[in-house]
Design a protein around this ligand. Structure first.
Ligand code: KIV
Ligand code: ZN
Length: 389
């Protein structure tokens, strides 16, 4: 039987840690609403102990989308952080407290300057306290991939006995390689299933060596049941595993992985563009799944093959991820017809002629300034114009 893989989106927490990606309250809510349309299983809405603004954003997200998607937020293993998470997410229907604490020698010695036993006890105490507030608690063993395995396992065992319902294994600094990370997950999964098979095993991979997606997929192959990702792979330094890549990797190779997600993949492109527009961070043109060129074929040989049968050079259709098969790059000389075509292709109505003329005038101003107008610019123009539906 195929396994369902849960998708935990941390665009609003790890993704928001990208320098320059500061989002205001309204923008965070807009992203959370789109993540709901995308049908993610869990939204990590922020780190409420970090600031009053973050607390408020998590609280508003819990209020606005927390009736249909599970909401979590991050806490260090200290009471005040856990209280802040609880207070900000408690109105959601399915709230989850996320506690993080390091397990590698580097973290234990350099960050905490305490004994391993004392650090483990901090984790156990944090889980026990979180459990007095909510039934669902995730524990992240920060820097797991650089941790001594027996200590990592002892920590997992102790926090599960204390009540953790999800164990998240992060490759915090993007150090792992796929075979090795898969093996780590296989070993943890084997022991975890014997300890308590209700506990969900999760992974959180960073992209410092460009391996976050590969490591995440390798973990799924080896028993992970939940993946932590961000839209466009945003996140600390080189970012996190990109949600769209992991989800489509799993979908295109469903039989190989014997698993599936509940993601509405036709919303992927729109979500990517929205996050790019609101954070001001471009999607690289050759980015898998959502880059401008992801479905562009330029060589004559490829075009010839595609004309005979799309499958010759396409492993997934652009429509499956909500993208156009051929993106038209608009300029000020493109004219009304091309612009109208682009707007309608995105599903917007252009039947009100007067309104469309106003929108077209705005397009010309933008095209003069920018020279090339991409899909995400058109999307922004229309959604901010107000009257075209
Ligand atoms: O990278 C990391 O270890 C994290 C944890 C909070 C899961 O972001
Ligand atoms: Zn992270």
């Amino acid at each position: 039987m195929k396994r369902k893989i849960m998708v935990f989106d941390t665009t609003l927490r790890d993704g928001e840690q990208v320098p320059g990606a500061k989002l205001n309250l309204h923008q965070k809510i807009e992203i959370a609403q789109q993540l709901k349309r995308l049908n993610v299983d869990i939204i990590e809405a922020g780190f409420p102990a970090s600031s009053a603004g973050d607390f408020q954003a998590v609280q508003e997200i819990a209020r606005s989308v927390g009736n249909s998607v599970s909401i979590t937020a991050l806490a260090r293993a200290v009471k005040s952080d856990i209280d802040a998470v609880y207070e900000s997410i408690k109105l959601a229907q399915n709230p989850l407290i996320h506690v993080v604490l390091g397990t590698s020698n580097i973290h234990v010695e350099k960050k905490f300057n305490r004994s391993k036993e004392a650090v483990m006890q901090m984790g156990v105490d944090a889980v026990k306290y979180a459990k007095t507030l909510l039934p669902q608690v995730q524990y992240s063993t920060e820097d797991a991939s650089r941790s001594d395995f027996e200590y990592l396992w002892e920590t997992i065992e102790a926090v599960v006995k204390a009540g953790a319902t999800m164990i998240n294994v992060p490759d915090t600094v993007g150090y792992a390689v796929p075979e090795e990370f898969g093996e780590l997950i296989r070993k943890i999964n084997e022991r975890l299933k014997n300890l308590d098979d209700r506990v969900i095993l999760s992974v959180h991979c960073h992209n410092d060596l460009g391996l976050a997606t590969a490591n995440t997929l390798s973990a799924i192959k080896n028993g992970a049941e939940k993946v932590e990702c961000t839209i466009n792979g945003l996140g600390e330094r080189a970012g996190n595993a990109s949600l769209e890549e992991v989800v489509m990797g799993l979908k295109v190779r469903e039989n190989y992985f014997n698993g599936y997600t509940n993601i509405n993949t036709t919303e992927l492109h729109r979500t990517s563009r929205l996050v790019s527009h609101l954070t001001g961070l471009d999607v690289q043109v050759n980015k898998a799944i959502t880059g401008e060129n992801a479905f562009a074929h330029s060589s004559g040989i490829h075009q010839d093959g595609l004309l005979k049968d799309k499958q010759v050079y396409e492993i997934m259709s652009p429509e499956e991820v909500g993208a156009d098969s051929m993106e038209l790059i608009l300029t000020a000389r493109s004219g009304r017809h091309a612009f109208k075509n682009a707007v309608e292709k995105m599903g917007f109505d252009t039947s009100d002629a007067e309104d469309f003329e106003e929108l077209f005038a705005k397009f010309l101003t933008l095209a003069d300034a920018k020279k090339e107008v991409y899909d995400h610019d058109v999307f922004y123009l229309v959604t901010n114009h107000g009257t075209v539906e």
